[in-house]
Design a protein around this ligand. Sequence first.
Ligand code: ADP
Ligand code: GLC
Length: 487
Amino acid sequence: MRILQVSAEIFPLLKTGGLADIAGALPDALNGAGCEVRGVLPGFPAICAGLSQTSSVGQFTMPWGEVIHVVYGMLSDVSVGDGSFGVYVLMAPNLYDRPGNPYEGPDRQAYGDNHRRFAALGYAAAQLAWGLDSRWRPQLVHSHDWHAALAPAFLALAHDRPRVPSVFTVHNLAYQGVFGGGCFGDLGLPPQAFSVGGLEYFGNVSFMKAGLSYADRITTVSPTYAREIQTAEQGCGLDGLLRQRAVHLSGILNAVDAAVWSPTTDSLIPHRFDPRNMTGKALNKASLQVQCGLHVEADAPLFAMVSRLTDQKGLSLLLGAVDEIVAPGGQLLVLGSGDPYFEEAFSRVAQEHPGKVAVRLGYDESFAHQVFAGSDVTLVPSRYEPCGLTQMYGLKYGSLPLVRRVGGLADTVIDTDLETLDNRSANGFVFDRFDETDFRRAVRRAFGLYHRPAEWNRVRQTGMRSAFDWKDSALRYFHLYQELIPK
Ligand code: ADP
Ligand code: GLC
């Protein structure tokens, strides 16, 4: 089964969030399930730098006259089984050769030509499906998020081409790729696409809506989020369309790439450990405390958060309740970057609580591993969370997740209470309402368990043994592809 994966990011070469982790892990998992996956990616500098054994494939022209060359090569850094992943890369320096973040400039504003940059990505996927590379033609195109969302539209609307089926995965419905209606002419889609049944959205062009309208199947990254996005509260204006497409919409839970996230083999942490021998965990905690200027106290529960600093992540709850962690003797460590408001607010809190609160601003992949390995609790109090990966990484590394019952967090974390302790299913702390009272109560419950070391350890053991295996999720994608690919 030949599958073309379309994404804007891929771990470890280019990552702004969980999307990259998934794009990096899914190909190998799918190959294991019997697929043959190749990728298509924009030629961002980080992608081109990781590409080897390149050969030219062909070229196409976008409506504004830009000629885009496509090369095929191996991304040798990607953590796939045999150590390499074949990808098509769009060589268009004018569009992609810009340093830093793939979507915005140094001023943190989205690039003015993003509609062109990502229309080209979708169009390249369609070109490949129609035979741009005569040696390898995908039987199905699987696109991720709005950046890749025009591919299903090109495939569904080209009546003079062979019909290649598509799957579109929503990683975050809040980021939709909406551009002024005047951009439509640049996209290269037939006029009927600019309609209510297509990608038109209140006079604008919505890439997300294109994916949702034209893909043969829509998936999102957890079963709960698949239900939530069909409600007005979480549908980001697209819940009506999602309800219409409900029979073609499903949630397939993300998993953890064990080659990257495993405390028994992780070379990015100072001391490796496993559920039977947790000595390394304690050493990692001490080393983390030293590194961050926190008091080195083995008994102080260390709460940590590794996150993009955006409103989605429930940072206001945490900022309002730091005393609930610090007053009873806990510590807080935040690794994140993003919204300047939150960067400043957390820096201020760290200054107010020296030795008890530490903040590391910026993006640091290897430090993130050390944070999961050394902390006791991983905080994910999100307003909404399509899947969330850090709660799963926390579980694997013995850092119990404290999460809000929403999206994928609800599907992966089981609250600790007498019943779940008794039947050994408890693996963390879950609160319901997005308010400080509920959040504070969950923090107090975490302290309560922490003061019962035997039970804490038992819950931690359950968490570390969680599967979150890509095999299961890959198989679900495989079955979905099977439904769509003609026999
Ligand atoms: P989202 O995709 O919404 O940002 P996820 O939990 O799915 O949330 O994925 C976030 C990913 O980004 C995880 O791999 C997490 O470890 C990583 N991450 C987030 N912020 C940072 C940071 N400042 N430094 C290193 N890794 C980070
Ligand atoms: C998005 C979501 C996050 C999810 C990730 C990978 O960035 O915000 O919840 O885990 O995509 O699917």
